[in-house]
Design a protein around this ligand. Structure first.
Ligand code: F0G
Length: 362
């Protein structure tokens, strides 16, 4: 059968699974890699930009790639329950895969600080949702402590199976492009995903599927940028709630990805994130969530600074992939707040035509 059957099936030889692993899948992965034509025009000659749109995963974020492996392995190892801390997407994914696998799921989320759609997902899939009077970093600390004391499996990205699954996004990009990109832009929160992508690229190089690896360009929100600033942020703040994290678990691994790849980890402001968000949704026609736009905001900022100049001179043309980590529908509040409002009208045709703006053209 040629139909897509999920990342474990497709990339089995690169993953820690065997015939004994009960595969819990919602057919995640195989996500679109879209050319960003409008962005390319803005950036100028030589830029070939692709958006890896992870919003088309079953729970609408990249977390599903890791969760299929983490939950399958937990069940293989006899676990009856999983738990995670989350800014929303991990909890949505854990809840769905636990439901699919027939095990219990508990999630700890910062109270009143996750996007509405993500909360709905965790609730609807039947997870026990604890709204913590604290932030993500508090939630992760608690979850670590709980899993040391109780028989419940941690499925945050400090679980290595999560990283294993998420590295398949790099494989897909290389399989599609026929090579690695020259640069890979990615938002950084708890820093699991940049770690996973870098692992994927390195493995593909090792298996001779690609001839070089990209420079990894990670971007943190200015109010939640511990790696860039060099110390944990006690009260992280950003409109991009998914990456509102002050003390990332994979801090060192993210620095490794940056240094080994010859890349950077930098800051983008909320304003730059929302400018990029508006471009992605209104010019490229792709609905991503605010945190996802940090990758494109970072690309635009670095391009403006001349970061790519040398590579452009050397190669003439450079391939850049930006990961759009999650779907825009997850955060309807931000989407509506940052868009022009709906215009109310009576059922009178003249009024409707006028309000559409057609009447003065007739
Ligand atoms: N983008 C989105 C939409 C996310 O949900 C996350 C992380 C990131 C980017 C950053 O990825 O943490 O691997 O560096 N969300 C986690 C969660 C923390 O709980 O859903 P990262």
């Amino acid at each position: 059968m040629n139909e897509w059957q999920g990342v474990i099936h497709h990339y089995r030889e690169y993953l820690p699974v065997s015939d004994a692993t009960p595969v819990v899948t919602l057919l995640e992965g195989n996500t679109p890699l879209l050319r960003a034509y409008w962005l390319e025009q803005q950036l100028g000659k030589g830029f070939e930009v692709y958006l890896k749109y992870e919003g088309t995963n079953p729970t609408c974020s990249f977390k599903d790639r890791g969760m299929t492996v983490a939950v399958s392995k937990a069940i293989e190892e006899g676990q009856k329950a999983v738990i995670c801390a989350s800014t929303g997407n991990t909890s949505a994914s854990a809840a769905a895969y636990a439901a699919r696998g027939g095990i219990i799921c508990a999630v700890l989320i910062p109270k009143d600080a996750i996007a509405l759609g993500k909360l709905a997902q965790a609730l609807v899939h039947g997870a026990t949702v604890i709204a913590l009077r604290g932030n993500f970093d508090d939630a992760l600390r608690l979850v670590r402590e709980i899993t040391e004391k109780y028989p419940i499996r941690l499925v945050n990205s400090i679980n290595p199976h999560r990283i294993e699954g998420q590295k398949t996004a790099s494989f897909e990009i290389c399989d599609r492009l026929g090579s690695a990109p020259d640069f890979h832009c990615i938002p950084v929160g708890n820093a699991g995903n940049i770690t996973a992508y870098w692992k994927g690229y390195k493995e593909y190089l090792q298996y001779k599927k690609i001839e070089y690896t990209p420079r990894m360009l990670g971007f943190q929100a200015a109010g939640a940028a511990p790696i860039v600033r060099g110390f944990p942020i006690e009260k992280p703040e950003t409109i991009a709630t998914a990456i509102r994290i002050g003390n990332p678990a994979s801090w060192k691994k993210a620095e490794n990805a940056r240094d080994e790849s010859g890349g950077i980890i930098d800051i983008v402001t909320d304003e730059e994130i929302m400018d990029a968000y508006k471009i992605i949704v209104s010019k490229e026609g792709i609905f991503c969530e605010p945190a996802s736009a940090a990758s494109v905001a970072g690309l635009m900022k670095q391009a403006q600074r001349g970061y790519f100049k040398k590579a452009l001179q050397e190669k003439g043309k450079i391939k850049i992939v930006c990961t759009l980590t999650g779907h825009g529908l997850k955060d309807p509040d931000v989407a509506i707040k940052y868009s022009p409002p709906a215009i109310e009208s009576s059922t009178n045709i003249d009024e409707v035509v006028e309000k559409i703006g057609l009447s003065n053209k007739l």
